[in-house]
Ligand binder design. Structure first.
Ligand SMILES: Cc1cc2nc3c(=O)[nH]c(=O)nc-3n(C[C@H](O)[C@H](O)[C@H](O)COP(=O)(O)OP(=O)(O)OC[C@H]3O[C@@H](n4cnc5c(N)ncnc54)[C@H](O)[C@@H]3O)c2cc1C
Length: 337
């Protein structure tokens, strides 16, 4: 177990913001997670749990304990993959394809760790982690008990789970089991995947392509439009895409006929927050050292040396403008500490 004091979190948040925590604990095994749970119970200090810090915005030094999983290892049994929560999620996808197990290709290159994938219900190009998660193993902090939680109990929704709500800070996740398919069924009906595959491989029948080709195409699309956090600090989509009722959507659609939208169910429609931010003129603009990415308005970036507060000020200015123009409040997807 790593147990460090007065520790810099700069390498643990993809915004690249300098902030320290009073204590940093990293567990590598279930037994160490149980030990960490004991320390958290006894120390009576506030704590947060992080993975790769790619959905995190630090606004100040953290006067408390930051806990991180470094549980690694991938076990494959038939169509199931059980992965340590500290594994890099994208490396798990690579391993799944090598093992002839399919389903996660559309989630390729999403930064972060396996543990967080089950907390965030990460999603991209029409696929969500919940579609394939079977169960989660964790240590309950209040008791150090090892628990197995079936996916059906996790309250999964769009970028949501009970781990982010009523179970917040209750569990240290140690393993996630994904149930995949031995039969490759590509998901090609979202965004520009088909077109990207046609351009990349010049094939007419794109459904005949391999899982590795689909993964490579997704990586290509993402690299073309999203900034690499190693080059320009960011946390991916800063805001969640709001879901509005149909009545509200129809009023807006009458005013903005080209407004993109995705049907959620018969009563609800999802509107891309990035489009609204762009319409407010924010794309490519900056407030101090915090900026809006010039290719994807949903992504706020650290232009170099920005503080967490500068990013928050930009976030608030955008929220105000979007609400004034569209009557919709957009909420950050990123955890602001
Ligand atoms: C360039 C870029 C692109 C992105 N694209 C996407 C995208 O397409 N789709 C998408 O959904 N997200 C995307 N994201 C957001 C981010 O990658 C995901 O939210 C990811 O799951 C965060 O993983 P992490 O390990 O960095 O978690 P962190 O940000 O460190 O933590 C996320 C949450 O998980 C909890 N957590 C982490 N590990 C554990 C554990 N072991 N036990 C208990 N709780 C834990 C934390 O407490 C926190 O609530 C993107 C981010 C970036 C920087």
């Amino acid at each position: 177990m790593r147990d460090l004091r007065d520790y810099s979190l700069k390498a643990h948040n993809t915004f690249g913001i300098e902030a320290k925590c009073s204590r940093f604990l990293e567990y590598e095994t279930i037994a160490e997670a149980q030990e960490v749970a004991g320390i958290l119970r006894e120390s009576h200090t506030p704590y947060i749990i992080i993975g790769g810090g790619s959905n995190l915005l630090l606004t100040k030094d953290y006067e408390g304990v930051v806990v991180r999983s470094d549980v690694i290892g991938i076990q494959i049994a038939d169509d199931r993959m059980t992965c340590g929560s500290g594994e890099v999620f994208d490396e798990m996808i690579e391993a799944s394809l090598m093992a002839g197990l399919y389903g996660l290709e559309n989630l390729s290159l999403i930064p972060g760790d396996v543990g967080a994938s089950a907390v965030q219900n990460i999603g991209a190009y029409g696929v969500e982690a919940k579609d394939y998660i079977e169960r989660i193993e964790a240590v309950e902090i209040a008791t150090s008990r090892v628990v197995t939680i079936p996916a059906e109990h996790c309250g999964y929704g769009y970028r949501q789970s009970k781990f982010k709500q009523e179970w917040k800070n209750r569990y240290l996740i140690t393993h996630v089991t994904y149930r995949l398919s031995t039969d490759f069924q590509p998901h090609l009906d979202y965004g520009n995947i088909r077109e990207a595959l046609r351009q990349a491989y010049g094939a007419d029948d794109v459904s005949a392509l391999t899982a590795q080709q689909l993964r490579d195409a997704i990586i290509g699309i993402r690299n073309a439009k999203l900034p690499d956090p190693k080059v320009m600090g960011n946390a991916g989509s800063f805001f969640m895409n709001p879901i509005v009722n149909r009545e509200k959507y129809e009023r807006l659609a009458a005013q903005y006929p080209v407004m993109p939208h995705y049907e959620v169910d018969k009563d609800h429609v999802k509107i891309p927050a990035g489009w609204m931010i762009d319409q407010c003129g924010w794309k490519g603009k900056a407030l101090g050292r915090a900026g809006v990415h010039d290719k994807q308005a949903l992504v706020l970036v650290n232009l170099g040396g920005a503080t967490g507060d500068e990013i928050v000020r930009l976030c608030q200015a955008i929220q105000k403008d979007v609400e004034a123009k569209f009557g919709i409040v957009i909420h950050p997807e990123v955890n602001i500490i």
